[in-house]
Ligand binder design. Sequence first.
Ligand SMILES: Cc1ncc(C[n+]2csc(CCOP(=O)(O)OP(=O)(O)O)c2C)c(N)n1
Length: 631
Amino acid sequence: MVLENIYSPLDLKKLKHPELIKLTREIREMILAVVSQRGGHLASSLGVVELTIALHRVFNTPYDKIIWDVGHQSYAHKIITGRRECFSALRTAAGISGFPRRQESPCDPFNVGHSSTSLSAALGMALARDLRQERNKVVAVIGDGALTGGMALEALNHAGDSHSDLLVILNDNEMSIEQNVGGLPSYLSRLRSDPMYSRFKEEFEAAVSHIPAIGKAMLRSVDRIKDGVKYLLVPGILFEELGFTYLGPIDGHNIPRLEGMMRQARDLKGPVLLHVITRKGKGYRFSEEHPCRFHGIGPFNLETGQVNGDPNARPGYSHIFGEAIMDLAEQDETVIAITAAMGAGTGLEQFARKWPKRFYDVGIAEQHAVTMAAGLAVEGFKPVVAIYSTFLQRAYDQILHDVCLQNLPVTFVIDRAGLVGEDGETHNGLYDLAYLRNFPHILLMAPSNGAELNAMLKTAMNWDGPAAIRYPRARAEEPLYSPVKELIPGKAKLLQEGDDLLILAAGTMVKEALEAANILKKKGIICAVINPLFIKPLDRELICTWARNCGNILTAEEHVTSGGFGSAVLEMFAQENIANVRTHCLGMPHPLTGHDTRECLLERFGLTGAGIAREALKLCMPIREKAGLDG
Ligand SMILES: Cc1ncc(C[n+]2csc(CCOP(=O)(O)OP(=O)(O)O)c2C)c(N)n1
């Protein structure tokens, strides 16, 4: 084994080529063994094994900084940078994160998880180095998908102009999670298929610079001619026009070639972009054939490539949404579906197949998705924008400025709202209520089962203004479909009556609240339970009446406690002068760090039937004492 002797990147530098080839195999085997057990981001990590080795042989981390965009492809980097022995505990509570984290290693200079941040972060580090007059190198590794994100383009524009030494490695595997979107990927594809320019450029420069004595000066003086030639040979020269020296494209699985080009790039002045071609999923048949399915995957069988799972399990909320929107789109041809590079994840595959002209995957461009939806809405269409809660954070201003302030009928379908589990803190959807609740005109809904999701979608589509529906990364609760009745905005549902305690449970917490009420009943505490359905507007009359009745109120939500549903209830109580009640809000602490399964985290924060009952008992202590229930 070569890998068992690798404790740090320094150990890589002594290896000869045949050992490096062995090492690539061993790293891939380790990634496959662990991800098939624990789940994780497989295809992207398998694709960059050679690239990672070459980077760590040419650069000196942590002195030099390597910033991985998104960070889902960083498994080989983790294995090489001192985390080999704990790699088997990847994405577990006690183990390492699936993404680079500064808290984990000095070789992770920046925390990541969201796309297209690497260039901005790297430029910041390069500028800091320049200000301090230091000499370390800064490298950003960005995929062709992440490069389409607005932030990356903003950073390219600025970095080219900054003249700071910065190496951008464009890891081009021709894929985002799904097919890439737009003009930039087509441009890259032209570069890939036309190596003539890069060959010419290298040969030309080598030939001129070897002319004794005057070669280097001549190279400078023929720059103008060279530019003219470039225009003849390359359709765009986009990166060079932005101020980068463009190198490549080169084979990203050929370590000597990678190292050679990286050394050349490292020694150049100013911003350089090295275009590297890799194969997503490289080295495992199933992930090479199905890179999208193996982008992020649960535990699976290595032999068959099949995901372990219960075929009879209830469908997830994303699936229920995917079906519900089909029905609505059938009845109303103004319904448009929009996703930002997550068509399959959000359940829109069927829609895309049936109505390709009414489906827009805009790429990793959440802000653009929202304002484009606003444009469609102004023109009389009914856009439904399906984005994960955590990524919708990107579009805060667009939701306010372009949709809500104009009161436009855009429906936001907020998937993965709540805890996402193993992907950890960068991916949790715990802030959407807090960032949306104060926007004007918007309806905010949270279903507690599949049927409610159907009804909410219909309500949103018929609401003449913005609406949002949040639901978790989870199997949908029953009933799944039942007759789709439109809801009355702001009308909550009283699920059961009681005098001792009112439980107000949003979305996923409804089931847990009912379970808690059962537990409490056995202890002599009779609870009223309300499913608000709408987080905004709240059903003031129903909630305040039952709050006054019960005196003790517990709110529960899969969201941070500050600024969420519980906060909204407390504000309402203050506005309605509801005094002499005791209220406790259950939710997530802020900030929530680290990662664990969704179930374990719910348990840890008391967001289960038993947990809610426990809090309720504390809240109701005076009742218990009065009734002599203790002891
Ligand atoms: C803001 C944001 N939107 C969406 C995602 C989900 N996401 C994770 S990786 C990825 C695709 C990245 O493609 P690329 O950069 O080409 O990397 P590859 O996986 O192909 O190596 C997407 C859309 C994200 N992480 N961040």
